[in-house]
Design a protein around this ligand. Structure first.
Ligand code: PLP
Length: 380
């Protein structure tokens, strides 16, 4: 095992999913969003844990991620949330991925390939109602859907849209919802009946019940994190990922001595410095230099000096008895104290998503089940 590892608590994941299910209701389907290797948690293992929990839809960023996920299960639906490139089309068919369509040319190419293979391809149409990223602009939808419906080998099975500000601008989000409804109604009534409509990401699941439609697409919330460090409200979720390491070296230093590159930290008094085998090369953000903190022996130890690629120093002058090999928590709980991805995101000026996605391949993922007792307690 490596000396820096991420512990993934699959029971916490299942509890978070159960909470989402309670929140959206039994009749609404859940698409677990597992792009970017499951937000750094490991898409394969996340899916392996969620399939027995009844989750039948998975969202990935691109075809390659879809191909990897298909090896986990042959029957679940895997939606590629990004646009399809023509090079991807053979894999879309071979691995039975569900593409979204955002332009007529790609829809035509999919139709041609489906015809060649003597089959049909199910697609969802992405509508841009204000995200400004990908999708058929809502004003162009009527025309677009007419054209797509003429394609004999393409079946439109769903319509989706995405929120740019479901965490910060409920008013704009509500306007998007009305727009989405209006636009979709212009598609053939019969067709909508059998179609899945979906819009909600985590923030919408937490704040806007009117966004649920037939399916919701939680990402960050499923991993037990809030969309932003300042996101308000109480939600019954807990973080799935903890990031841990071990003390690799200890030394006493004298007042006036400096620590790490650039000599940005100078000891104000004699103290003890512990070195940790983790750095920005693992995804421990360099902006945590002299700003972050870690947990050792249940107490907070501040990061001193620059975080380097592979190693980081912390001041343990106020924590007695620290030894080489002691477990250190960078994200997670130790004793009564904790450090959250939200706290780190705030310190480095980003969002919790980036903190977990940044955890590098070099960091081993260790999957833990905390046992049924813990689960039972939390399910009451
Ligand atoms: C990433 C993504 C989601 C999930 O977003 P969260 O904020 O993590 O819940 C949902 N839908 C689409 C289209 C996405 O790209």
């Amino acid at each position: 095992m490596s000396n820096t590892w991420a512990e993934i608590d699959l029971d916490a994941l299942k509890r978070n999913i159960e909470y989402i299910r309670r929140r959206v209701g039994e009749h609404v389907r859940i698409m677990a969003v597992v792009k970017d290797d499951g937000y750094g948690h490991g898409a394969r293992e996340i899916a392996e844990a969620l399939i027995p929990a009844g989750i039948r839809w998975y969202g990935v960023a691109n075809t390659l991620e879809g191909v990897v996920l298909r090896s986990v299960d042959t029957s679940v639906s895997i939606m590629v949330l990004g646009p399809v490139f023509s090079e991807d089309i053979p894999d879309i068919f071979a691995y039975r991925l569900t593409p979204i369509i955002v332009d007529y040319e790609t829809a035509e190419q999919l139709d041609r390939e489906a015809a060649r293979r003597k089959t049909r391809i199910g697609v969802h149409v992405k509508i841009d109602t204000g995200m400004g990223r990908i999708g058929v602009w809502h004003e162009d939808f009527r025309r677009f859907i007419k054209d797509v419906k003429r394609l004999k080998h393409v079946s439109v099975e769903g319509f989706l849209s995405h929120f740019p500000a479901s965490d910060t601008d409920i008013g704009f989000s509500r306007a998007q919802i009305s727009l989405f409804k209006q636009v979709v109604e212009t598609a053939d009534q019969e067709e909508i009946k059998d179609c899945l409509l979906h819009m909600a990401n985590s923030a919408a699941i937490m704040k806007i019940p009117a966004s649920y439609f037939d399916l919701v697409r939680p990402g960050i919330m499923m991993y037990g994190l809030l969309p932003s460090p300042t996101f308000g409200g109480k939600y019954d979720i807990s973080p799935v990922l903890s990031l841990k390491t071990r003390v690799s070296f200890i030394k006493k230093i004298k007042k006036g001595m400096t620590v790490s590159y650039g000599r940005t930290y100078k000891a104000k008094k004699d103290t003890v410095i512990a070195t940790l085998p983790v750095g920005y090369g693992d995804g421990y953000n360099r902006h945590l230099s002299s700003r972050g903190r870690v947990l050792i022996r249940g107490k907070y130890a501040p990061v001193v000096g620059r975080v380097t690629m592979d190693q980081t120093m912390v001041d343990v002058g106020r924590i007695p008895g620290v030894k080489v090999g002691d477990e250190v928590v960078l994200i997670g709980k130790q004793g009564k104290n904790s450090i959250t991805a939200e706290e780190i995101a705030k310190l480095v000026g980003t969002i919790p998503y980036e903190i977990v996605c940044a955890i590098n391949k070099r960091v081993e993922r260790v999957y833990v089940h905390r046992g049924s007792e813990h689960m039972a307690k939390n399910n009451l």
